[in-house]
Design a protein around this ligand. Sequence first.
Ligand code: NAG
Ligand code: NAG
Ligand code: NAG
Ligand code: NAG
Length: 363
Amino acid sequence: MASIKSFFITIFLASRLASSSPVMAVPHRRNANVVTATNETNTVEPSVPVFPRKASTDAPYSVNEEALRGAIHIPSTFEYGSGSKTPVVLVPGTAVSSDITWANGFAKLLGQTDYADPVWLNIPGDSLGDIQITAEYVAYAINYIAGVSKDKKLGVVSWSQGGINTQWAFKYWPSTVEVVTDLIALAADFNGTVLAPLICSPLTGFLCTPAIIQQENGSNLITALRSNGGDSAFVPTTTFYSDSDEIVQPQNGTSASAYLLDGRSVGVTNNQVQTVCGDKNMVVLHEGALYNALAWGLIQDALTHDGPGQVSRLDVASLCNQESAPGIDGLAVEAAVAVSASTNILESEDKTLEEPAVASYAL
Ligand SMILES: *[C@@H]1O[C@H](CO)[C@@H](O)[C@H](O)[C@H]1NC(C)=O
Ligand SMILES: *[C@@H]1O[C@H](CO)[C@@H](O)[C@H](O)[C@H]1NC(C)=O
Ligand SMILES: *[C@@H]1O[C@H](CO)[C@@H](O)[C@H](O)[C@H]1NC(C)=O
Ligand SMILES: *[C@@H]1O[C@H](CO)[C@@H](O)[C@H](O)[C@H]1NC(C)=O
């Protein structure tokens, strides 16, 4: 399968780079407390305190509020709920910052609309560390942005691991569910990926980080997430995924890792690009979800209607024929994400071959 082949090529290139760079060749115990703090100064206070918890049912944070708040990038154009726009929180995936993931892509397009007001998260350590910690940043950002936006409900757009982070936040910080109208999850791996174990093998362990091992299919984290209805949506949810994804597999039909159930009847649409476009040979890579025209159509549709995005409202034939969403240089996004991901994985000092323990609040 071509996608598996390109995955191996990526690993091959990564290991070539590794052998010529001063990275740790031997996995070592990670130090969970080492996080590079981002330091945005977001001085606006939310309408109600969202830290140390917004609701008594919320899980405790282990990260301090300054760091949680400092990871939220709020563009200077942000309206703080004063206009008619819906705030949108963009959540990145493993190994890539939001600046690279979103700034020249869907954040740019959302910022040009009259209905969406995007902010994004730059997770310390580029989401390579413990997913449970990364989810704290997402939970805090959702409640903080609602709190500084006149308690307007907001949308969340995630890529890859960002879907897990957000679903974990919804599950263990139930106050976040109250302020979110939509999750649009691009190329999510809610059931992990069968390709992650290839990175976290003894031979390739110098590439394995907590978040990568937690995204192995059947990991303790994935099992905990999916238990007790975590495999169902908490808010109206639109998924977009591709069976030619070279990072997340399986990504086909109802057993796709991105596929979410709707046990709470909140509204879910699962949109596999090959199925929607009626072209089973269509190739859309993992990064392709960051500029795909159909993905953009679904984001727009979800944010401008009640409930999840519906392809029945879209000009599918036209969207399926476009290389990229209008206004995005897809190839540039693709290249920037790929280069940044391999560099960040190699340079991460947070390497481990042992999955972090599942937090007691999730047991
Ligand atoms: C944090 O502050 C330093 C020094 O002011 C600055 O160089 C750096 O870009 C800041 N980092 C972030 C993520 O804002
Ligand atoms: C993960 O997927 C691989 C490949 O399909 C399979 O062999 C393995 O048993 C799976 N692991 C778990 C824990 O289910
Ligand atoms: C996905 O499933 C469809 C329908 O069962 C099948 O035709 C297609 O070959 C599958 N694609 C992959 C990549 O497995
Ligand atoms: C999720 O992954 C696990 C472990 O590989 C597998 O046993 C299970 O069937 C998958 N679930 C779905 C809904 O595909």
